[in-house]
Design a protein around this ligand. Structure first.
Ligand code: FAD
Length: 276
């Protein structure tokens, strides 16, 4: 049976993230969590593979305890089990440490895994680094930005759009792919799935010690990159709306900006006007 792993990140359910400008941190408590859209596509891809080629799907996430919600959602949609990586020590991980943590947990909790699926990017940080770094960490081949995938005979065939060209690639397993949001329309949770997500205990929770992580290579402490400042850019220009009939608008334009317009066309419009 094909062993599929889907990496799922819980992201805030907002298009504009609420930042606390004083601390430079994300105010996660102001936004509900949801499954990152590209992770939904990765899960959908795994479900399609399971439906055609058979297989067992493990959904894995690293995050605060509430990230369990996305694992339950994944199980409701058809995943077989979930792995929640949660530990205060894991907080503040940069992309490199996130990939390292996920890789060690996949090796620990999913021995014999064959295909790892990730979203191509997340809606809250959108670095698109975790998938390719995970391939390095697991020392397996990886293909990014895939929009169609087919598995047969120990290999995967994938299609992706690259620089306006369609590419077809083949990769031996074990391997990793990152999936775009372009191709598959994610499915809705069936009622039976909801029941499955809350009845059987298919979620295991692992902390840093259970994964066997080195305390020097974990969370903010192990991360080489640090955020120095986070801020919303403020517009430096003021917008002015001129209203009225076209003639009046032109008059207002010259009243307000004749110096600038005159400078641009090399004429002193005030003297020019007075001399007429
Ligand atoms: C306030 C703030 C500060 C940050 N500071 C830094 C920093 O200093 N340095 C730095 O490198 N990064 C920083 N990040 C980014 C943070 O480390 C990332 O959220 C995390 O490492 C994942 O990167 P990403 O979301 O860009 O994932 P991407 O690479 O865009 O995600 C691709 C895919 O990887 C998988 N994936 C990603 N994260 C997880 C997860 N937690 N669990 C399961 N699967 C996952 C999913 O399948 C996802 O679709 C910061 C983010 C925030 C909000």
């Amino acid at each position: 049976m094909l062993k599929l792993v889907v990496c799922i990140k819980q992201v805030p359910m907002v298009s504009e993230l609420p930042w606390d400008p004083a601390t430079g941190t994300l105010q996660r408590d102001l936004a509900e969590g949801m499954m990152n859209p590209a992770c939904r596509s990765a899960l959908d891809t795994a479900l399609r593979i399971k439906e055609t080629a058979g297989g067992e799907i493990t959904a894995i996430t690293m995050g605060p305890p509430m990230a369990e919600e996305v694992l339950r959602e994944a199980i409701a949609l058809g995943a077989d089990r979930g792995v929640l990586l949660t530990d205060r020590k894991m907080a503040g991980a940069d992309t490199s440490v996130t990939s390292h943590t996920l890789a060690r947990a996949i090796e620990k909790a999913c021995p014999g895994f064959e295909l790892v699926l990730c979203g191509f990017s997340t809606s809250d940080s959108e670095t698109a680094q975790v998938g390719p770094q995970l391939a390095e960490e697991l020392d397996i081949p990886g293909v990014a930005y895939v929009d169609e995938i087919e598995v047969s005979g120990g290999a995967v065939r994938m299609r992706r759009i690259s620089d306006h060209f369609l590419e077809t690639l083949e990769m031996d397993l074990p391997g990793i792919v990152t999936v775009t949001t372009g191709h598959y329309a994610p499915r809705h949770v069936p009622l039976g799935g909801l029941q499955a997500a809350f009845t059987a205990a298919q979620i295991v929770t692992l902390d840093a010690a259970a994964v066997g992580l080195d305390s020097e290579w974990i969370g903010a402490k192990g991360s080489a990159t640090k955020i120095r400042n986070v801020y919303s850019p403020t517009a430096g220009k003021k917008n002015i709306v001129l209203t009225g009939a076209p003639k009046r608008i032109v008059e207002q334009l010259f009243e307000r900006f004749d110096d600038k317009i005159g400078g641009a066309i090399g004429k002193d419009l005030k003297t020019d006007k007075n001399s007429k």
